[in-house]
Design a protein. Structure first.
Length: 351
């Protein structure tokens, strides 16, 4: 072989080998990362659950029109059904997500829960807030007790139907589950921290706990300028990423050895400060609280448009997730979802 051609051939082989090694190395590192971030799945019987009864729950989930269901015991997935990697709008479960961010930034001293709307420069479109309404504190908003009964973006019909008259209750005196409080909390968060909600969520929570699917593009603002200047902040998320968020709360705000959410904030935000007259459950800071008479020990949850469901039951060591494809018509009811959760609970065969 011509010496010059031989040198070129050797160089070419070296380059090809280097490319192959680089590709294999990179692919291997990505695969390893995904394995590390994957939730732990187990055979139900290994941790005391019945596969036979869970199959009955699975059949029922399909019958009622669920899209995805997950159940974790002691951090391990023992029940997983449906499109757990499909992103759906989470509706009002956005509220616990923002609550988690509040806990992080309150501890850092960037948000003061006792500041009122006047001090924070918060107002709205005409008719704007009255001096009395501007006395509402950040804490009042977190508890949905601001006493501000202004129209809001993304209001459910029940919110519109049950909205009190402006000025009928002083800040802090009356619980009314409403989107004005929750939307304004988004405005306050961004104003006080200098960060957008979705960017902060990805940086502070989604990435550190290894969410597999969440992207910045999964967040969007909903403005309804004729009602309010404060937008709703919507998330799309998969069931498995939502389960991971629930697991973070189950572990008192820790992912591994790293604190993500202050445990004292989790305790404070999941303490009931009100009774929701619509369902009789307690309400904390953007979390619904399961009453003691339910017999489940301490626990908290939130729903989205009445069909998406995330529950954390620390005493029972359970995290439960239920999803529905609300991008299209659905007719599943809350009672059917409760029955499904009951069936999963009945699949327990040992303590």
């Amino acid at each position: 072989m011509n010496p010059k051609r031989r040198i070129i051939t050797i160089i070419g082989l070296f380059v090809i080998t280097a490319i192959i090694l680089f590709t294999v190395t990179c692919f291997g590192s990505v695969t390893k990362s995904k394995e590390i971030n994957e939730l732990e799945y187990v055979v139900p019987e290994e941790i005391g659950w019945s596969s036979v009864k869970l199959e009955e729950a699975e059949n029922y989930a399909e019958q009622i029109g669920s899209a995805a269901v997950m159940a974790l015991y002691e951090g391990k997935v023992f029940f997983s059904w449906g499109k757990i990697n499909q992103k759906y709008l989470i509706h009002s479960i956005r509220k616990p997500f923002l609550c988690a961010l509040y806990g992080i930034y309150v501890k850092r001293g960037l948000i003061d829960l006792d500041k009122n709307l006047d001090e924070l420069g918060i107002d709205d479109i005409p008719p704007g807030l009255t001096p009395e309404e501007k006395k509402a504190t950040v804490r009042d908003l977190l508890m949905s007790r601001s006493g501000v009964y202004h129209e809001a973006a993304a209001e459910a019909q029940v919110m519109i139907r049950t909205r009190p008259e402006r000025g009928s209750h002083a800040p802090g005196d009356f619980f009314y589950y409403n989107n004005w409080d929750f939307n304004v909390l988004g405005t306050i968060f961004e104003k006080q921290t200098g960060k957008k909600i979705f960017e902060a969520f990805k940086e502070e929570i989604a990435d550190p706990i290894g969410m597999q699917d969440f992207l910045l593009s999964d967040g969007r603002y909903q403005y309804e300028w004729k009602k309010s200047k404060h937008p709703a902040y919507h998330f799309r998320m998969t069931a498995r990423d939502m389960a991971r968020f629930g697991l973070l709360y189950q572990n008192k705000g820790k992912y591994g050895d790293k604190e993500i959410i202050p445990p004292e904030w989790i305790a404070e935000s999941t303490t009931p400060y009100s009774i929701n007259n619509l369902d009789g459950d307690g309400y904390g800071y953007m979390w619904s609280i399961i009453p003691e008479e339910a017999g489940l020990g301490n626990g908290f949850y939130h729903t989205g448009t009445g069909v998406h469901f995330l529950a954390v039951l620390p005493d029972a060591k359970l995290v439960l997730v239920h999803r529905v494809d609300t991008d299209k018509d659905f007719d599943i009811t809350w009672n059917e979802i409760r029955q499904l959760m009951y069936m999963i609970g009945e699949a327990r065969i040992s303590n």
